[in-house]
Design a protein. Structure first.
Length: 626
């Protein structure tokens, strides 16, 4: 059995010829190579991944493997090696991933990457192996209401294969991380294909304890990366990492966790933001392209070394990754965990090819427990919040420091220096005056109540911690943006929060600590009516017909005019989304994610596919980055 950074080389798959597609850095291939299969050909479109594969030939990987950089859609099946017994591969998962859903919907087959399975299916049909393996993220089962998954399954059935699939967690097979993947095996057995039984956790034979992060990193060989260079030193959140307890994340700094001077609203970030690993437990899923504050971070308040990343993903210490640190982390994060691929290789050898093995298999009707683990974790989180609330002996202090100040110029490069903000604080009420241009005409008035904890925008259970009365003057469309910039400026100056965005939460599941009790549009400018519309939380993250937007602006509806409105609103930093910006959103609707304009520093590029530009005679030079 594989242990930590070492693997027992087996001869179980000897003589079984394999070709691999979407090989990446080789996490899937290596599991089959180490169990004795003859991987004769491997291909990926990414040049760096191919260089990594070549660097390991004759070392960890078989020296006889042919590595080819190629687009699977352009490969002529007739040129592939002959007499192939098994095909393995995992098309890119971004089209079906959770991150895609959070961005407005996972595009699935609407994205070009989501149709790569068709090329995979075509090659399988030509080669006609005894079996194939198809790996992807769990989300592939649900995109586009399950239609994508049904199409994928039927495509493989149509070429003569019986389909067996399960969601498996690499954690159950020895990886020290929660990493769920959909594993499909296409075969022609008379009986159902059975998946390997977990080696660790409650579903294992002996209820063996999971491998912890510290255990996985024990005894690493040749890890000479400079730890000091991996410390998080600079940036507005860097000082917070040492304060995060191991196993926790940014939620440590929320009112719900009892933090005395909250910095974030509950669920205002993804769960890996400022996430620090606990050496005594397992980590959350490694990702390929982590941001500056994206964990897991080491419990020593630094980034993990590349060699540590390898161990967490199951790679042996002597595996070679090519490229700089970013390249190598990306390759590791995109890989299949070797702990899982190794066990799948054994299970396939036993059942499809009749090789002798004592591997334990799961009955087809056995329900794995990792779904219930999520529920238990959520329940534990609720217990923590309840305990914090009950054990609090003091009334929470105000989240805001009501200090008088005059903000003469909002830090806003796109607006002129005339955009002045005056703030006067009376008790717990802040009077904010926004002068958007030289006009003294009132553009809009807004009243906002901010509360001490995340109890929901519509709740009246607690008194307001702060009340903002905002008056915006001016006639230009920029007035509403300047108004929200002024509120954002006040939040930053008066609290530990870094933006108004932190008080709202992520648009897919907001837990706002404020509510907008009134928004009165005094201006006749159409954008004032639009701002009033989105100031209602009920109108955010909700689909509206495209004609609705055109009506608000009093323009004749057409695709060209609609896209111009979207471009304009995004240039003012409203997070408006449509089919052209998020392919999974239906073509006839639009949505706005937040009731306010986003703070500067949030990327708001607007891009549109060339064919749509051509179809509607829209000039590309008008589609500019906002």
């Amino acid at each position: 059995m594989a242990q930590m950074g070492k693997y027992e080389r087996l001869k179980l798959g000897k003589g079984i010829r394999v070709i691999s597609f979407f090989t990446g850095a080789g996490g899937l291939d290596l599991g089959f190579d180490l169990t004795g299969y003859d991987v004769v050909y491997a291909t990926d479109i990414d040049a760096m991944c191919c260089e990594t594969l070549k660097a390991n030939l004759g070392g960890v990987l078989s020296k006889s493997t042919i590595v080819e950089q190629a687009d699977i859609r352009k490969i002529d099946p007739a040129t592939l090696p002959k007499d192939i017994d098994l095909i393995i591969g995992g098309p890119p998962c971004q089209s079906f991933s959770a991150s895609g859903r959070r961005a407005g919907g996972a595009p699935g087959r609407l994205d070009d990457r989501g149709t790569l399975f068709e090329a995979y299916c075509k090659i399988i049909d030509h080669v006609k192996p005894k079996a194939f393996l198809f790996e992807n993220v769990r989300g592939i089962l649900g995109t586009n209401k399950g239609e994508d998954w049904n199409a994928i399954v039927e495509s493989f059935r149509d070429i003569g294969y019986t389909i067996s699939y399960r969601i498996l967690d690499a954690l159950d097979y020895g990886a020290p991380q929660q990493r769920e993947r959909m594993i499909m095996v296409g075969h022609k057995l008379d009986s159902e294909f059975l998946f390997p039984r977990p080696l660790f956790g409650p579903d294992s034979e002996n209820n063996a304890p999971y491998i912890t992060s510290a255990q996985a990193l024990d005894g690493i060989v040749g890890d000479n990366e400079d730890r000091d260079s991996l410390m998080l030193r600079n940036g507005k959140y860097a000082h917070l990492l040492p304060l995060v307890p191991p196993g926790e994340n940014y939620l440590h700094f929320t009112a719900k966790r009892g933090y005395p001077n909250p910095i974030f609203a509950y669920r205002s970030r993804f769960s890996d933001f400022l996430y620090k690993a606990n050496p005594d437990t397992q980590i959350k899923t490694l990702i390929a392209s982590p941001g500056k504050y994206t964990g897991p971070f080491h419990w020593d308040n630094r980034c993990f070394t590349v060699r540590e990343y390898m161990r967490l993903q199951g790679f042996p210490d002597n595996y070679i990754f090519v490229g700089d640190r970013t390249d190598r982390v990306k390759q590791i994060g995109n890989s299949v965990s070797l702990k899982l691929s190794y066990q799948m290789a054994i299970a396939i050898a036993k059942q499809v090819f009749g090789r002798k093995s004592d591997i334990k298999l799961l009955p087809s009707d056995y329900a794995l427990s990792f779904d219930s683990r999520k529920g238990k974790k959520a329940a534990k989180t609720r217990e923590i919040h309840t305990a914090v609330a009950h054990n609090s002996k003091e009334t929470p202090t105000s989240m805001f420091n009501f200090v008088d100040y005059d903000s003469s110029v909002i830090p806003n490069e796109s607006l002129s220096s005339r955009n002045n903000v005056s703030v006067k604080v009376v008790g717990n009420t802040a009077k904010i005056t926004v002068k958007a241009d030289s006009s003294r005409k009132i553009f809009a008035k807004l009243r906002m109540e901010i509360r001490k904890s995340e109890i929901g925008a519509a709740s009246d259970l607690l008194p307001a911690d702060a009340i903002l009365d905002v008056t915006a003057y001016g006639e230009s469309e920029h007035a509403v943006q300047t108004m929200w910039n002024a509120i954002d400026d006040w939040v930053i100056r008066s609290s530990n929060f870094h933006s108004l965005f932190e008080l709202y939460g992520h648009f897919t599941e907001p837990h706002p600590v404020f509510r907008i009790t009134s928004f009165v549009a005094k201006s006749d400018a159409p954008i004032a009516a639009f701002a009033k519309h989105v100031s209602d939380f009920e109108n955010c993250s909700k689909y509206f017909p495209r004609e609705h937007l055109a009506k608000l602006f009093g323009v004749k509806f057409g695709t060209s005019s609609f896209i111009e409105l979207v471009r304009m609103l995004r240039s003012y930093r409203f997070d408006i989304r449509c089919h052209e910006t998020n392919i999974a959103i239906p073509k006839n609707v639009y949505m706005v994610s937040y009731p306010f304009t986003l703070p500067f520093g949030k990327q708001m590029n607007f891009s549109i596919r060339p064919q749509i530009l051509a179809e509607h005679n829209i000039s590309n030079n008008r589609m500019v980055a906002a």
